[in-house]
Write a protein that binds this ligand. Structure first.
Ligand SMILES: NC(=O)c1ccc[n+]([C@@H]2O[C@H](COP(=O)([O-])OP(=O)(O)OC[C@H]3O[C@@H](n4cnc5c(N)ncnc54)[C@H](OP(=O)(O)O)[C@@H]3O)[C@@H](O)[C@H]2O)c1
Length: 336
């Protein structure tokens, strides 16, 4: 099959291209080429999707499948208007941020959405990002109809995750900051599902290849709690030291950030309005052929990837060694 990846120079898009090549497809990636390298074996089309001539080089081809990872509604509207008549199936990589509420655990694809952004370009706050993706979804559904596949990805993890969210826990358990081997962790049992980027990519390729029904999917896997995630991370890291579990309020009082970013404990969500963010069901995508690998395998591979790259200080998300030691001391453990 002839597959066009709109993107392909960053993490998810490159994995999609890699999976499509591995499945034996003829793969073209359209991007500016500024985010990173391309997967081996793809044909490269350099184009800027913010320009009117962006799709000139690919609009004369009939594509069996298109996969788009864009965040900007204007880019998606432009691609759909130029290419929908030349495409079979079209998969759009969306996000769980499209939902209006994240409070409920166990919600599914029928949950209410944010109002769509009207602008062509949106900002990066969670609300703007989510509203932008709603607008992107609408453009794809309007232009492709029954040929559209919308994959609302939850947290994506695996090797190459520069956000540090899927790397922090296995890496931290492999490298405790404190000589006692203690690791600071939330006591929270918040939902913490994670989909491996390689499993997502393989499923997207199968979806545009016609292996499942089209429509809207929550692309989530490995449903479980933060404690399940910590257990898996400890196991792959071979951690035998103490785990100092602290309550939400204790962490919030000390300015530890939720979910991601600097001075955070990744995947931890204390805000009651976000308890269901990583807790969507995923029944539909599992029935449609998603084959998630065990979480332990994802975390082991992510740990190996983290170990392979030279980084000084915090790896995208989490606590620095100094911060963690100070917090452990405050919690009455470790540093003695
Ligand atoms: N990480 C998560 O946990 C998570 C969760 C849910 C959903 N998602 C979704 O997963 C996807 C991530 O995709 P990704 O890893 O491939 O990263 P990305 O940074 O979102 O990818 C952007 C891609 O679009 C291309 N691009 C951007 N502006 C362009 C322009 N003006 N013209 C042409 N190409 C342009 C970039 O290539 P060039 O810069 O080379 O042009 C790059 O290949 C996104 O859709 C994101 O919303 C992620």
């Amino acid at each position: 099959m002839r597959i066009l990846v709109l993107g392909g120079t960053a993490w998810v898009g490159r994995e999609v291209a890699t999976a499509a090549v591995a499945a034996g497809h003829d793969v073209t990636c359209l991007a500016r080429g500024s985010s990173g390298g391309y997967a081996d074996g793809v044909r490269v089309v350099r184009a800027d999707r913010d320009r009117d001539d962006a799709y000139d080089e690919v609009a004369g081809t009939d594509w069996d499948g298109v996969v788009d990872v864009a965040r900007q509604p204007g880019q998606v509207r432009g691609a759909v208007s130029r290419l929908a008549d030349h495409a079979g199936r079209w998969a759009f990589v969306s996000t769980g941020n499209v939902y209006a509420s994240h409070a409920e655990v166990g919600a599914d694809e029928t949950a209410a959405l944010l109002a769509p952004a009207t602008a062509d370009v949106v900002g990066a706050t969670p609300e703007e990002y989510g509203a932008g993706k709603v607008a992107c979804e609408e453009a794809v559904l309007a232009g492709l109809g029954e040929r559209a596949v919308i994959a609302r990805a939850g947290l994506i993890g695996g090797p190459g995750d520069v956000s540090g969210r899927s790397g922090y826990w296995p890496w931290r358990f492999a490298h405790p900051s404190d000589p006692s081997g203690a690791v600071l962790a939330p006591a929270s049992r918040v939902a913490a599902s994670l989909i491996d980027v390689r499993d997502l990519a393989r499923w997207l390729v199968s979806a545009v290849s016609g292996a499942c029904a089209t429509g809207i999917y929550d692309a989530v896997a490995n449903g479980g709690t933060l404690q399940d995630h910590l257990d898996a991370a400890r196991s792959v890291a071979g951690h035998g030291g103490p785990v100092v579990r602290v309550e939400d309020a204790w962490l919030s009082d000390r300015g530890v950030a939720e979910w991601s970013g600097p001075r955070s404990l990744p995947l931890w969500l204390a805000d009651p309005d976000w308890q269901g963010f990583a807790g969507h069901r995923g029944d539909r995508i599992l029935a449609a052929g998603l084959r998630p690998r065990p979480l332990e395998e994802t975390l082991a591979d992510t740990l190996a990837w983290e170990e392979s790259r030279p980084v000084s200080g915090v790896r995208g998300a989490g606590l620095s060694d100094d911060d963690e030691r100070a917090l452990l001391a405050a919690a009455g453990e470790g540093a003695a």
